[in-house]
Structure formats: C-alpha cells, structure tokens
Design a binder for this molecule. Structure first.
Ligand SMILES: CC(C)(COP(=O)(O)OP(=O)(O)OC[C@H]1O[C@@H](n2cnc3c(N)ncnc32)[C@H](O)[C@@H]1OP(=O)(O)O)[C@@H](O)C(=O)NCCC(=O)NCCS
Length: 174
C-alpha cells in the first residue's frame, strides 16, 4: 500500500530506476525546476538535503518561492512517485499551481498511488496550518482530475487551462 515518506538517502536505487522511467517527462511535485536531476549519488544526497530543508520554515527561501514539504510515494520500500505540499500560495500558485503537486512513475500508474497519496497528504497539509487545499490539473489530464475528485475536490473554475479544486482540511472543517 502507498505510503508517504520524507525524501531519504535510502531510496536512491529505486529513485534512480524511477528517474529513468520518467525520462524527459516533467515531474510534478519533485521540486526539480531546472529539468532532470543529476543521477550521481552525491547529487542525489544533496538534492535530498535541499528538499528536506525547503520544508523547514527556518530555511531562507528566494523571494518568489514558498516553503514546501516534499513527501515521496513509496510501496514496499521502493520509490513510486513525488508529492509536494506548498505551505502557502503565491499569485501563480493561486491561479495555476495549487498547494499540492504529484507525479507517479510511468510504470506504476493506474494502481491507485496518486489517489492514496493525495488522501495521505491532506492531514499533513492541515498540520501545516492550511485550511483549504487548492489542487489543480490540466483540463485534459483525466487521471489527475479523477484523483482530485475522488479526494473530495470541489471544482471552482478553469484558469489558464487549469481546473481548480478546493478540498477543506482544516480544523474548522466539519
Ligand atoms: C495523473 C497521475 C498522477 C495519476 O496517477 P495514478 O497513480 O495513475 O492515479 P490512480 O491510479 O490513483 O488513478 C486515479 C483515477 O484516475 C484514473 N486514471 C488514471 N490515469 C488515467 C488516465 N490516463 N486516463 C483516464 N483515467 C485515468 C484511474 O482509473 C482512477 O480512477 P478510478 O478509480 O475511477 O478507476 C499520473 O498519471 C501522473 O503522474 N501523470 C503525470 C504527472 C501529472 O499529471 N501529475 C498531476 C499534475 S496536476
């Protein structure tokens, strides 16, 4: 069953296999903005440390970036996908990016990982003080749309080709 765990040096081998699997695809929720990561072991360890630091509110961030908690989807100790929870919304994230992004390695899609991972991430978002989680997807992304709707996403509108959904998670809910 899918679990969410912090990025870890221990996941290198299965992460490496997943990176090969992703190829040139964009990895939503990976935190890799400059294209593919270097797959060298030393770069991996540095990347893991950087991702963990980004979740710490004490870490200084560039002006246009918000703190972000990265959690990796694993099953049976093997990396299967990325998930990221942005702690707050910039104007861009409010319009298009949302709080939570994710991607599942291509060979492990349609096994329910994204649905379970998004469900597992919602209490984490609540623990970060987020009351309503914004999740978005491209209009033609049937898999992500279904993932969001199965997690109770309430459709608001489409902006710049992105379907925008809200999921209430905070302590004021219910
Ligand atoms: C979108 C994505 C995250 C879905 O991950 P996944 O683990 O395959 O999703 P799940 O197995 O939990 O499937 C969720 C639902 O979507 C459906 N689904 C998944 N992929 C689908 C597709 N390509 N077309 C139609 N339906 C799809 C599943 O059947 C399931 O619905 P069901 O329970 O009614 O059968 C995955 O395809 C992916 O990583 N895509 C690239 C990155 C991306 O688009 N990220 C989201 C950015 S918003």
């Amino acid at each position: 069953m899918t679990e969410l765990v912090p990025p870890s040096p221990d996941l290198y081998d299965s992460w490496l296999a997943a990176e090969e699997d992703f190829g040139d695809e964009h990895r939503d929720g990976s935190g890799a903005f400059g294209g593919r990561e270097s797959t060298e072991r030393s770069s991996y360890d540095l990347m893991v440390a950087q991702r963990l630091a980004e979740g710490d509110p004490a870490t200084p961030m560039p002006e246009d970036r918000v703190h972000c908690t990265y959690l990796w989807m694993v099953e049976d100790g093997e990396f299967v996908g990325y998930l990221a929870i942005r702690h707050s919304l910039t104007p861009f994230l409010l319009e298009e990016g949302g709080h939570i992004g994710y991607s599942v390695r291509p060979s492990r899609r349609r096994e329910g990982h994204a649905t379970r991972a998004l469900a597992l991430s919602l209490p984490v978002a609540a623990s970060l003080g987020i009351d309503r989680v914004l999740v978005t997807c491209d209009e033609d992304n049937a898999g992500s749309r279904r993932t969001i709707e199965k997690n109770g996403g309430v459709f608001e509108d489409v902006r710049r080709g992105k379907r925008r959904y809200w999921i209430a998670v905070g302590s004021s809910v219910g």
